[in-house]
Design a protein around this ligand. Structure first.
Ligand code: CA
Length: 226
């Protein structure tokens, strides 16, 4: 199978869904490795170092949430696209808090799956040589994808980084949740604003007093000096 776009590990216990995912992503030029059990999936990610993981929430062995928690605890920031059922909204939010980068709701279309995988892979890196962005004690380097607070590195997931980079690039501008979902997640249609809120609160937790993100009541969010 062609692997021009890198390897994606799919962790899914329903064989017909895994087969569809394998087919859609394979057509797009991704290499695909499938596991049907959470523990085997985690071992595969650690062994194969894929470019992204498509992770079912309900799995034998180890569920999707515990999978995210263990992978992130080990310092592995491989982008994770979590696949959930419609009635799992609360779980979905917890999954995002545990370090998933985005989610997809079953049933999904091939176009949606491919678009979401491409988005978690899309780097927020700007044009080559884009200067380091600073706000107070915070320094974000778009080309190295690194964030430092008072000179100390801060670990961010891909999506946390992309959101922070977007807001810092447009410092002082106010964005609605719908605008941020379109710009950072690439959603064509507005979904629920919860996703944006979850990532803002995670960034605030990680950056504490140095967080440059302001809530603009009734509008959305903005980044600016504290
Ligand atoms: Ca399942």
């Amino acid at each position: 199978m062609e692997q021009g776009k890198g390897l994606v590990v799919i962790v899914e216990d329903e064989a017909h869904i895994a087969d569809l995912q394998r087919m859609y992503l394979g057509r797009e030029g991704f290499g695909v490795h499938v596991e049907s059990d959470g523990l085997a999936g985690l071992a595969a990610v650690r062994r194969l170092r894929p470019v992204a993981v498509v992770l079912d929430l309900g799995l034998p062995g180890l569920d999707g949430m515990e999978f995210c928690r263990r992978l992130r605890e080990g310092g592995d920031w491989t982008p994770i696209l979590m696949v959930t059922a419609r009635d799992e909204e609360a779980d979905r939010v917890i999954g995002l808090e545990l370090g998933a980068d985005d989610y997809l709701t079953k049933p999904f279309s091939p176009r949606e799956l491919v678009a979401r995988v491409k988005t978690v892979l899309r780097r927020a890196a700007g044009p080559p040589g884009e200067p380091v962005l600073t706000l107070g004690a915070l320094a974000l380097d778009p080309s190295r994808r690194s964030v430092h607070l008072d000179g100390r590195p801060v670990d961010l997931t891909t999506t946390e980084f992309n959101l922070l980079a977007y807001l810092m690039r447009h410092s002082g501008q106010v964005f609605s949740r719908a605008q941020l979902q379109a710009q950072v997640w690439g959603y064509a249609d507005y979904r629920d604003g919860r996703v944006v809120d979850v990532y803002v609160s995670q960034l605030r937790a990680k950056l504490a007093d140095a967080s440059p993100i302001r809530t603009v009541r009734g509008v959305g969010y903005s980044a600016g000096p504290s």
